[in-house]
Design a protein around this ligand. Structure first.
Ligand SMILES: [Zn+2]
Length: 246
């Protein structure tokens, strides 16, 4: 990551505590799932969504949680399931404070339900005028619109539409080369806008990972690309998505 001059990384399923060459924000208790062991206890997971900063600190964020008619719902700003998402603000040179969210689509349940729940948790942040113009959200959402089954595709499209409704732009789609992803199973033909991010069980390339940013930040977006998943096989079955902002 140093070789590529990465300032901030959004990681999923990262071991806790993370290694120390960088400053990080994460759930110290790991990720709390919904699955239970035979004993009835929640299945423990020693990993978390993590924000890693290679330059400077990560500050806690506390949105004012204004709802309709400026009402402030008395709901704490935290993940319904600890470890599934983590938010923090970093200072980006020439831009100022940017709030980062590392978000994971936990598969204890169907992933669209998990991401919808997290988006409900995050709505106070994404609707707060102090934060919403400078937010970056990324991770393995376990969400894809390349399902062959139309009802599944529609459900996951609903997840992605919700990001858009909250003012976030899909950065890979914004910067991808025109033309369909070769071998994609979405069936959209020339209208396919997928990018290969994950080694699937079969041979077909699949996208389950996304990086979103506020519309205001997209005006500063220079590049966004997913590296080749086979090149990263040694480290993960997911490829990094790298975005650069001016
Ligand atoms: Zn496609």
């Amino acid at each position: 990551m140093r070789d590529r001059h990465i300032d901030v990384a959004l990681l999923n399923e990262a071991t806790v505590p993370p290694p120390t060459p960088f400053v990080s924000a994460y759930s110290a208790s790991g990720t709390e799932g919904l699955n239970r062991l035979a004993s009835g206890e929640l299945m423990p997971r020693a990993w978390s969504s993590v924000i890693a900063s290679f330059e400077g600190t990560i500050d806690a964020v506390e949105p004012r949680a204004r709802g309709m008619f400026d009402r402030r719902p008395e709901i704490p700003f935290r993940p319904s399931k600890p470890g599934v998402w983590i938010a923090g603000s970093v200072t980006a040179q020439g831009i100022g404070s940017v709030t980062c969210v590392s978000l994971y689509g936990l598969l204890d349940e169907l992933s669209d339900a998990s991401v919808h729940r997290s988006l409900s948790d995050l709505t106070p942040l994404l609707t707060d005028s102090d934060f919403r113009g400078r937010v970056v959200v990324g991770g393995d959402l376990n969400t894809t619109t390349a399902w062959r089954e139309p009802s599944l595709r529609r459900r996951d499209q609903g997840v992605l539409d919700r990001f858009e409704a909250l003012g976030l732009v899909d950065l890979l789609r914004e910067k991808r080369e025109p033309g369909p992803l070769a071998g994609c199973t979405c069936g959209l033909g020339e209208r396919c806008e997928h990018t290969w991010t994950r080694l699937g069980r079969g041979k077909a390339p699949i996208q389950t990972d996304y990086l979103f940013a506020s519309r205001d930040l997209v005006t500063r977006l220079k590049t966004c690309e997913a590296l080749s998943p086979p090149d990263w096989r040694e480290y993960s079955d997911h490829a990094p998505i790298i975005a650069t902002f001016e």
